[in-house]
Design a protein around this ligand. Structure first.
Ligand code: PXL
Length: 291
């Protein structure tokens, strides 16, 4: 399955949550619209995501090695491997092994190290999982932590208020630990509550970038998955890191704006279907800066 492929293939290692627009139900439409063949390696099947009070949960950890072995027998190759929420230390180890078996020097490995938010680790995240995630993160080409995950991966106490220099030191330390590119999402802009930013650094490039955009006071699950999906597609299309940041930040803002005006249940996520086609358009303006 190596040669003469007309559509480029991405392995997407995420859960499948039936209701609520997160993980695979966000990753697949975004990367398909951007022109990629997305092959899911599902980690679990849920009735709906976990920000609803109740949900069903079928763990697929035992099935994953069988799927991976079968893909190896088929001789499938992937231009990118993109991982999201992982539910146990063993699942993280299976994914790390999958990456080692399938990656070539040209594979883009994108790891969204989903561990927590707002200064707190998620319910099921244990110390062992943080430690396994450090190992997986070190193997990524692109790592997309939020501030909570950044400090957890560095094994440092969470700080919500960091100066620009402190953040630059933290992102440099994380890029030095293995991943070439680290993108920190959801960084508040000091003294400007109606703005938010992303900060990114590539070790090989040595520069640090910042993209700032309006912050709307509403929480929609799945926006992190949408952000990292657009980053993945954009980098694979050959965009530079700062253009990929702008493209992803603008897409999320379009999605939130398309949703915010309606009285939808926030748990259903952004109205992705209303903005997906924007991904086919060339980027109109860029706002990135060097920091
Ligand atoms: O990316 C968000 C996400 C993914 N997967 C599951 C979730 C959530 C957010 O709540 O519950 C299962």
């Amino acid at each position: 399955m190596k040669s003469s492929r007309s559509v480029r293939r991405i392995a997407a290692v995420h859960d499948l949550s039936g209701v609520g627009r997160v993980s695979l139900t966000v990753v697949i439409p975004i990367l398909s619209t951007m022109g990629f063949d997305v092959c899911p390696l599902p980690t679990a099947i849920l009735s709906n995501h976990t920000q609803y009070e109740n949900f069903t949960f079928l763990d697929l950890t035992d099935e994953m090695p069988a799927i991976i072995d079968h893909w190896e027998k088929l001789g499938v190759d992937f231009e990118a491997i993109y991982t999201g929420y992982l539910g146990s230390p063993r699942q993280i180890r299976i994914v790390a092994d999958f990456i080692e078996r399938f990656r070539t020097p040209d594979t883009l490995v994108v790891v969204d190290p989903m561990l927590g938010d707002n200064g707190r680790l998620y319910n099921k995240i244990t110390d062992e999982m943080v430690s396994e995630m450090r190992t997986l993160a070190a193997r990524a080409d692109v790592l997309t932590p939020n501030l909570t995950e950044l400090f957890a991966l560095l094994n440092e106490p969470f700080r919500s208020e960091c100066t620009g220099d402190e953040l630059k030191a933290a992102i440099t330390e994380l890029t030095n630990s293995g991943p070439d590119t680290v993108i920190i999402t959801g960084v508040p802009v000091q003294g400007k509550p109606n703005l938010t930013s992303v900060i990114a650094r590539s070790r090989t490039d040595g520069r640090t970038w910042k993209v700032t955009c309006p912050y709307l006071p509403a929480h929609y699950p799945g926006t992190g998955d949408a952000f990292t999906s657009v980053i993945t597609g954009s980098l694979l299309q050959g965009d530079s890191l700062p253009i990929a940041l702008d493209r992803a930040a603008q897409f999320i803002l379009q999605g939130i704006r398309a949703t915010f005006g309606y009285q939808t249940d926030n748990r259903e996520g952004i109205l992705l279907e209303r903005v997906l086609q924007n991904l086919s358009l060339p980027i109109q303006s860029a706002t990135y800066e060097l920091v």
